[in-house]
Every structure is written in structure tokens, then in C-alpha cells.
Design a binder for this molecule. Structure first.
Ligand SMILES: Cc1cc2nc3c(=O)[nH]c(=O)nc-3n(C[C@H](O)[C@H](O)[C@H](O)COP(=O)(O)OP(=O)(O)OC[C@H]3O[C@@H](n4cnc5c(N)ncnc54)[C@H](O)[C@@H]3O)c2cc1C
Length: 417
């Protein structure tokens, strides 16, 4: 079903009775060529690009809840390509280019808004680090503009420029950075994958992975066994648990990250803004709510909800940077389970089990990666070779120590980031 202004107008006049569900609810078949475990952003985009780029349509996505019930529908929606290190840099650059054509590609409004992202800096040392990052972004072909204090004040006059503890020295503006409507991204990929023949099977939890003689044969699910030639584990915060079903121990820890939204306000924040001296980032949604988040909860957990100590931590950073936010009422907060890798960078790779693939380690930042991640994993499954944009996302870097991508400069250990 296509969407058009005329269609919306017509349905409005006729009681909205003509809309149909945009994907089917098929019963699982006994056998597929490819099974994708996890109906989040990465699982859905993998299925879509398997069909779209490689003509592989005998594919099912198995989701234990409903499509989009995980992190894809829980994030703060920031999309950017401002990574520093080789490996990440080319991957996120590729992803942003896919974002820029995504609405036309999917025939679905994902509300991609390139409103500009500003990372603030508060010391000379931090400015130097941002200059290096900006140069790396420019070298990759992406955009970066260094702003001085007055440049930031002109764009973000509501910040606290008077406070002495964390004075704002300037910011790195990434004009093509911005936001997108997270649920719509899941729905858009789901609809487009379904239209190409992919089976999207909701309420179908994977409870076991069948491996015989070192080769994957299929999975056990809450709706019965399903055979497959290839199986991809794309379950974000549940990666360790699902990988263990195939006897694999993966270097992923699960932690809660929470986010907050205020009541709807008139337009006040035109950009995405990120504090440089505390973990706090904010943008304004199209409905007017201020959407913001902060740091990870460092206690490992599978709880999909937040807690008060982290809420206090985030509010403290918010009030430090923009005291005006104290006037707004927070109406909701929620949490999602992050798949934290030791070096803060992802994995898109095959495993030691033949036919079994792994997509994980998205840390706090996998929403922006959704298009390129699905593109790269589909390429790996279909061709057997890593896609050039994701060639460094190897699992064995944690075993050998070679090729680690410590993007945050925190050291390649779980407990440091
Ligand atoms: C509060 C918050 C803020 C964030 N902000 C940003 C941001 O601004 N920008 C950004 O780029 N990223 C952000 N992220 C990170 C981003 O949302 C994630 O990295 C990304 O969504 C993870 O990939 P996914 O969409 O495939 O995960 P999910 O949506 O979590 O998909 C995994 C799916 O697997 C399913 N599953 C698990 N186990 C099984 C099983 N046994 N059988 C079947 N299905 C199973 C789950 O139900 C789930 O639906 C944020 C995350 C959170 C929580």
C-alpha cells in the first residue's frame, strides 16, 4: 500500500476505513533459508537488505515480543556520523548516507530531521580533541564546523554561559546530524521487508539453537522448531543469553540506559545538543517534548526500566548545562538494555559455528547504525565476505587484542565506559 497526501485526505473524508495492516501475520514455516533472531531495527533491516540487495526472500524474523518493542523504540533517536576511528568512521558515514535516502527507499516517513548536532567543549584540551575529531570527519567526507563560544551562544542562547565550573568554550557542529522517529524506522523496514516476502513472526521467542557437527541446523522456539541454513543473532541486550544457546560465550555485558521526555513545549531547541562535561544530550521532538538522556547504569542488568539514582544523575547534568529545563515537567522515563562491548564498538561477524552469524555490541549508539548494519550483515550472510564498510567489526579482536576500536578513549575494558 502506497501513501500519498491524496490518500490521507480521502481516508479522512471516508472515516479512515480503508487502511489495512501494513505487514502480514504469517504462521512460521518448518524451514527457511535464513532466520534472523530479533525484530529490532538491526534484525528488520538485515531481513530487508537480504531481500532487496541479494534477492534472498526465504527469510523469517523471529521476535519474542512485538516488532520494535526493544531498544529500537526506546532510544533518544540521534543519528550522526561523527566517529573518530578508522573502522567506525567509514561505517557510520555509510549509514548516514543510507539514512539520507531512507524515506524514499522504504516509501515511509521516518521523520529524518537533519537539524544539526552540537557537541560542546569546555576546556582547551577538549577543544583540541574535537578539532581532531572534526578533521577525521572531514577526511571521511562528512561535515564538521568548529564553533567558538559566541558561535554556540548564537545558536543555543538558552544554555548557561555564566557558570564558572564548566564554562562553554565552543562546540563541534555536525550539520548533517539530527534525529529520526524511532518507531517509524522499525515499522518502515518491517513493511518494506514484508512487501518483499519476508515473514515477520511476532510472539515467537527463540529458546534454543540447534547445532550439529559444528553447523547450525535451526532453532527451537515458543512456536515450535524451525530449520534453517543460516541463523543470525541480532538481539542487542540479550546477545549473551541467545549466543549461549549455541554454546558461545561472547564479550557482551548488558546494562540499562534510560531516557526522559518532558511535556510538550513550544519550539525551543532547534538542534541536538550534547554536554561535554557530563553525560547529557537533548533534542526536541516534533510533538514538542524535550527528549534527553545521560549515562549508563554501570550495574549489569536485564531490567527494561530505569532507576532513581541514574535519574538524579541525568537531571543534575541537565540543570548544570541549561537551568531553564527546571521549568519543564518530565512526564515519562524508560530504559533499554544495551549490548556493551569492551571497546565500545560493534561486531558484525560469523561465529565458530558454521552458518551462525552475530550482530551486537551497539552500546549506546546502535540506532544510527540500523541501515548500514542490516546492509553489512545481509552482505556477509549472502556472500560469505564482510562488507567493506564493516570489515573491522570482527569478533576475534577481543581474543587477539588486534584491531580494537576504543572510540571513547576509555580503554578496552567493560567497566571503563
Ligand atoms: C535510552 C536509550 C537511548 C538511546 N539513544 C540512542 C541514540 O540517540 N542514538 C543511537 O544511535 N542509539 C541510541 N540508543 C541505542 C540503540 O537504541 C540500540 O543500540 C539499538 O536499537 C539496538 O539494536 P536493535 O534496534 O536491533 O535492538 P532491539 O530493538 O532491542 O532489538 C532486539 C530484539 O531482539 C528481541 N529478542 C531478544 N531475545 C530474543 C529471543 N530469545 N527470541 C526472539 N527475539 C528476541 C527483543 O525482544 C528485541 O525486540 C539508545 C538506547 C536506549 C535504550
Amino acid at each position: 500500500m502506497g501513501y500519498s497526501g491524496f490518500r490521507v485526505f480521502w481516508e479522512g473524508l471516508t472515516g479512515n476505513r480503508g487502511w489495512r495492516p501494513v505487514w502480514r501475520e504469517p504462521e512460521p514455516k518448518a524451514r527457511y533459508k535464513v532466520l534472523v533472531i530479533g525484530g529490532g531495527g538491526h534484525g528488520l533491516s538485515t531481513a530487508y537488505y537480504l531481500a532487496r540487495n541479494h534477492g534472498i526472500t526465504d527469510v523469517a524474523v523471529l521476535e519474542k515480543g512485538w516488532l520494535g518493542s526493544g531498544n529500537i523504540g526506546r532510544n533518544t533517536t540521534i543519528v550522526r556520523a561523527n566517529y573518530f576511528l578508522p573502522g567506525n568512521s567509514e561505517f557510520y558515514s555509510h549509514s548516514l548516507k543510507l539514512w539520507e535516502g531512507l524515506e524514499g527507499e522504504l516509501g515511509y516517513n521516518v521523520m529524518h530531521s537533519q537539524r544539526g548536532l552540537i557537541n560542546l567543549f569546555h576546556s582547551d584540551g577538549q577543544r583540541d580533541a574535537f578539532v581532531r575529531r572534526g578533521n577525521a570527519m572531514a577526511a571521511q567526507g562528512d561535515d564538521a564546523v568548529l564553533l567558538d563560544r559566541e558561535g554556540v551562544r548564537g545558536l543555543l542562547p538558552y544554555l548557561d554561559f555564566e557558570q564558572a565550573r564548566f564554562p562553554i568554550h565552543g562546540g563541534l557542529l555536525h550539520p548533517r546530524g539530527g534525529t529520526a522517529r524511532h518507531d517509524a524506522v522499525a515499522w518502515g523496514y518491517a513493511r518494506a521487508a514484508d512487501a518483499r516476502g519476508v515473514d515477520l513472526i511476532q510472539n515467537c521467542g527463540v529458546t534454543g539453537i540447534r547445532v550439529e557437527n559444528g553447523r547450525v541446523r535451526g532453532v527451537e522456539t515458543t512456536r515450535g522448531p524451525i530449520e534453517a541454513e543460516s541463523v543470525a543473532i541480532v538481539v542487542a541486550g540479550r546477545t549473551s543469553q541467545v549466543a549461549a544457546m549455541a554454546g558461545l560465550r561472547v564479550p557482551i555485558e548488558s546494562h540499562v540506559l534510560q531516557a526522559f521526555v518532558t511535556e510538550g513545549l513550544k519550539p525551543v531547541i532547534d538542534h541536538v545538543v550534547s554536554f561535554g562535561m557530563g553525560h547529557f544530550y537533548i533534542s526536541q521532538s516534533d510533538k514538542g517534548g524535550l527528549v534527553f538522556g545521560g549515562d549508563l547504569d554501570f550495574h549489569p542488568s536485564y531490567a527494561q526500566r530505569g532507576n532513581l539514582p541514574m535519574a538524579e544523575h541525568v537531571m543534575e547534568a541537565a540543570m548544570t548545562l541549561m537551568p531553564v529545563i527546571g521549568r519543564a515537567k518530565v512526564v515519562r522515563s524508560w530504559g533499554g538494555i544495551m549490548d556493551m562491548s569492551p571497546d565500545g564498538s560493534p561486531v558484525i561477524d560469523r561465529t565458530d559455528v558454521e552458518g551462525l552469524f552475530l550482530n551486537c555490541g551497539w552500546n549506546y549508539g546502535g540506532f544510527k547504525a540500523v541501515p548500514a548494519s542490516g546492509w553489512a550483515l545481509a552482505h556477509l550472510i549472502a556472500t560469505g565476505a564482510p562488507h567493506e564498510s564493516a570489515a573491522r567489526f570482527r569478533l576475534d579482536r577481543f581474543r587477539t587484542g588486534r584491531g580494537l576500536m576504543d572510540e571513547e578513549g576509555t580503554g578496552a575494558q567493560h567497566h571503563l565506559h
